[in-house]
Design a protein around this ligand. Structure first.
Ligand SMILES: NC(=O)c1ccc[n+]([C@@H]2O[C@H](COP(=O)([O-])OP(=O)(O)OC[C@H]3O[C@@H](n4cnc5c(N)ncnc54)[C@H](O)[C@@H]3O)[C@@H](O)[C@H]2O)c1
Length: 333
């Protein structure tokens, strides 16, 4: 299959591209704006692969999309602004990329009859105290990030209903694994623990997340792309739930540090308490998660320990100022 992968230089997109190129016959064009979170380094090991090419451009730019989609059989859209904290201080880019960008991609796919898969998130359902969300649960997003992602999902569904475009939506729970930018909980805590810096924990640390190893999410996305029913949405939840503070304590253990490094900081406004997804529908399609949280977390810590070339440039650059503004703490090392 000839795939256009938008946002393929980010965390999940680059893992998807790597998995598809190594496991099959696809040829892949990545279209990516290279925001702070998108990095060519994430695809560095694939640059020599003849079935891979890269286009630097934004999904909200129709000429860039028209050039990149030429000859594609399917489009997978990972391109997004993805950090809830940034959506609270600077929501503009979230509206531009999720609303306008998704619209431009859908129009390009509709004109050419290209199968379209939108990568989305459990956050569109909001928080849930007990039980798990299904695909028919109400959308009740609480941040500018999740609200604009929910809007994009609705637009995608409308292109199936109105124009008959072959659309699919995959809503994943919290991902973790190699190549994740260290503003997100797990890589942030791992890098701080490895360096001996303090670990900033929001509120009481009891926010619960449904952890999904990135290799499992990308295998689910590939499976839905190949076997999903057009017009349908598939939830992809991880096999284990865990409160943030338990995740942080386990990371400290794996890095050989003690709990004196933990600093409790002021909670994020509107911080969702618990996310949980039921994945029965995607399991009925033939997919299942292969990695339990304990094993995936160990692999993730090992990867960050072994790949300082990847994170050192991030941790020594503008990220330090962002970090200080966000947590009121500085990175000492
Ligand atoms: N990280 C998670 O836990 C998680 C869970 C479920 C779903 N998702 C969804 O998966 C997708 C990918 O998330 P991620 O964690 O890999 O994000 P990321 O921030 O690591 O990567 C996003 C990528 O999109 C690119 N991008 C941003 N705006 C763009 C634009 N306007 N045009 C072209 N490229 C643009 C960035 O340069 C970057 O390469 C997102 O849609 C996100 O909502 C993420």
């Amino acid at each position: 299959m000839r795939l256009l992968v938008c946002g393929g230089a980010g965390f999940i997109g680059s893992n998807f591209v790597r998995g598809r190129l190594r496991g099959g016959e696809d040829s892949i064009v990545v279209l990516d704006k290279l925001t702070y979170a998108g990095r060519r380094e994430n695809l560095q090991d694939l640059e020599a692969e003849p079935r891979f090419s890269f286009v630097h451009g934004a999904i909200e730019d129709p000429p860039a999309v028209a050039a990149a989609i030429e000859g594609a059989d399917a489009l997978v859209n990972f391109a997004a602004e993805t950090h809830v904290d940034r959506s609270i201080t600077e929501p503009d880019a979230f509206v531009r990329t999720h609303a306008l960008g998704t619209f431009v991609l859908l129009e390009a796919a509709r004109e050419r009859g290209v199968r379209y898969l939108q990568v989305s998130t459990d956050e569109v359902y909001g928080s849930i105290e007990e039980g798990s969300f299904t695909e028919s649960s109400l959308l009740d997003p609480s941040s500018p990030y999740s609200a604009t992602k929910a809007g994009a999902d609705l637009l995608v569904s409308s292109y199936h209903q109105t124009y008959g475009l072959q659309t699919l939506i995959c809503r994943g729970s919290n991902n973790y694994g190699p190549y994740q930018y260290p503003e997100k909980l797990i890589p942030l805590m791992v890098l701080n623990a490895l360096a001996g810096d303090r670990l900033p924990v929001y509120g009481d640390g009891m926010n619960v997340r449904n952890w999904l190893f990135v290799e499992d999410f990308v295998s689910a996305i590939g499976h839905v792309l190949d076997h999903g029913v057009p017009g349908e949405t598939y939830n992809v939840g991880g096999p284990d739930e865990c409160p943030n503070i338990v995740v942080v304590r386990r990371i400290l253990e794996l890095c050989g540090r003690d709990e004196s490094l933990i600093s409790y900081v002021t909670d994020r406004p509107g911080h969702d308490r618990r996310y949980s997804l039921g994945s029965e529908k995607v399991r009925a399609l033939g997919w299942s998660a292969a990695t339990r949280f304990e094993q995936g977390l160990e692999r993730t810590v090992d990867w960050y320990r072994d790949n300082a070339w990847w994170w050192e440039p991030i941790r020594s650059g503008a990220y330090r100022d962002y970090y200080q503004r966000q947590y009121g703490l500085s990175l000492d090392r």
